[in-house]
Design a protein around this ligand. Structure first.
Ligand SMILES: [Zn+2]
Length: 130
C-alpha cells in the first residue's frame, strides 16, 4: 500500500498514513469558527499510520454546542465542552491535531490545513531503522 507523507509548515515530517487524509472521515463541526479535522481510526485494518507529534500534558477546554446527530466520535455524549490534548509538531510546536480521550483513545484528530502532503522521491529514500 502506498502511504502519504505529510509535513508541518516548518518542513518537519509529522504524519505518514494510508489512506491519505482526503479519504478519511471529516469530523462534524458544530461551530462556525471550529476548525475542520480529519478522523484517524487507531485500530482499523484499512488504516495504518505513523504520527510523530508531541502531545500536551494538559488539555485545553473547547466549547462545543450539543450535537443533534450522530458524530464519528460515538463515545462522547452531547455536551457543550470537551477536552483537547493538542498534538504538536516536534520541531516548531505548532498544533497539528488533538486527542480527545487520554485513557481510551480510539481516534486521533488532525487539524485541516496544519499539514501538507508532499511527494517523496523514492530514489532518494533512505532506509532508516527506527
Ligand atoms: Zn513544525
Amino acid at each position: 500500500m502506498d502511504s502519504t507523507p505529510y509535513s508541518c509548515v516548518c518542513g518537519q515530517l509529522v504524519l505518514t498514513i494510508t489512506p491519505s487524509l482526503q479519504l478519511l472521515p471529516v469530523r462534524q463541526t458544530v461551530q462556525k469558527n471550529e476548525p475542520k479535522s480529519y478522523v484517524i481510526p487507531r485500530n482499523h485494518p484499512a488504516c495504518s499510520f505513523k504520527l510523530e507529534a508531541k502531545k500536551d500534558r494538559t488539555p485545553i477546554l473547547i466549547k462545543r454546542q450539543s450535537e443533534a446527530s450522530a458524530d464519528t466520535d460515538d463515545s462522547a455524549p452531547a455536551s457543550s465542552t470537551e477536552l483537547w490534548w493538542l498534538l504538536r509538531c516536534p520541531r516548531c510546536k505548532l498544533p497539528v491535531g488533538y486527542d480527545l480521550d487520554e485513557e481510551n483513545m480510539k481516534f486521533n484528530y488532525i487539524l485541516d490545513g496544519s499539514l501538507t502532503a508532499f511527494t517523496v522521491d523514492r530514489s532518494k529514500t533512505i532506509n532508516k531503522a527506527d
